[in-house]
Design a protein around this ligand. Structure first.
Ligand code: SAM
Length: 222
């Protein structure tokens, strides 16, 4: 019953604030038809990513975990025409579907899908500086991805991590689930990380009960 209400509210608010346009609908359909799982962000969450990118006046965005490129489209739409978005994806099929979706969205000049395990492709980005990093891949490696994000984000830039509450399991210190251990390690790392100021917000909606972490990367010595 609770889930029904969360979904009804998401449908109502999403219909007004993040209505589905043909490009986003086609992106979801292409993912569907290729048999990709339904684990993209919701429309309202996509809009939040878009607004956060605009708020930091992002010109360069890094995404870890592309799937069909749904969140990538929301992020890419926040960038200026000469902006840049790199999105990392391990599954060849996902990368292929995403490339098609990004081309249909008119973002193929801005967004580049890099195929490979993120822990292999992240080191290739050393020397680059991103205004915003969105972490949404395998959850066990979240702490490692966050460490890379600290290296790759400009001071004042924003790091967003998805699925960090996990139906409340983040508070279970005895959990042996790799994803839960990953999000717990993220928060332990954040508690003693002088290079970032962070908070985590719990959320409900079509995707159930979860949450995201927001971290601002601080200039050295701040
Ligand atoms: N951000 C997408 C969206 O909201 O539309 C959803 C991403 S989905 C939750 C996670 C993606 O990360 C999947 O496509 C999966 O194949 C990819 N992935 C999993 N492990 C990975 C790894 N080690 N390196 C890169 N990508 C990985």
């Amino acid at each position: 019953a609770e889930q029904q209400q969360w979904s009804a509210v998401d449908d109502y608010l999403g219909g007004l604030l993040a209505p589905e346009d043909p490009v986003l609908a086609a992106a979801l359909r292409a993912g569907d038809e290729a048999g990709l799982p339904h684990i993209n962000v919701s429309a309202l969450q996509g809009k939040l990513l878009n607004l956060l990118a605009r708020a930091v006046q992002a010109r360069s965005v890094l995404e870890v975990g592309t799937l069909a490129g749904y969140s990538t489209i929301w992020l890419g739409r926040a960038l200026p025409a000469d902006g840049r978005l790199i999105t990392l994806e391990a599954e060849p099929k996902h990368a292929e579907v995403a490339r098609g979706n990004l081309a249909r969205a008119g973002l193929d000049g801005i967004a580049e899908v890099r195929l490979g395990l993120a822990l292999d492709t992240l080191p290739e980005l050393v020397g680059e500086s991103f205004d915003l990093v969105f972490i949404d891949a395998d959850k066990a490696n979240i702490p490692e991805y966050f460490r890379w994000a600290l290296v790759l984000t400009r001071p004042g830039g924003l790091v967003i991590v998805d699925n960090v509450v996990r139906g409340g399991e983040v508070a279970d210190e005895h959990s042996s689930e790799p994803a839960v251990r990953g999000v717990r390690r993220l928060h332990e790392l954040l508690a003693s990380e002088p290079r970032a100021a962070a908070t985590t917000i719990q959320t409900v909606g079509v995707k159930g009960y979860d949450g995201f972490t927001l971290a601002v990367v601080l200039p050295p010595g701040k």
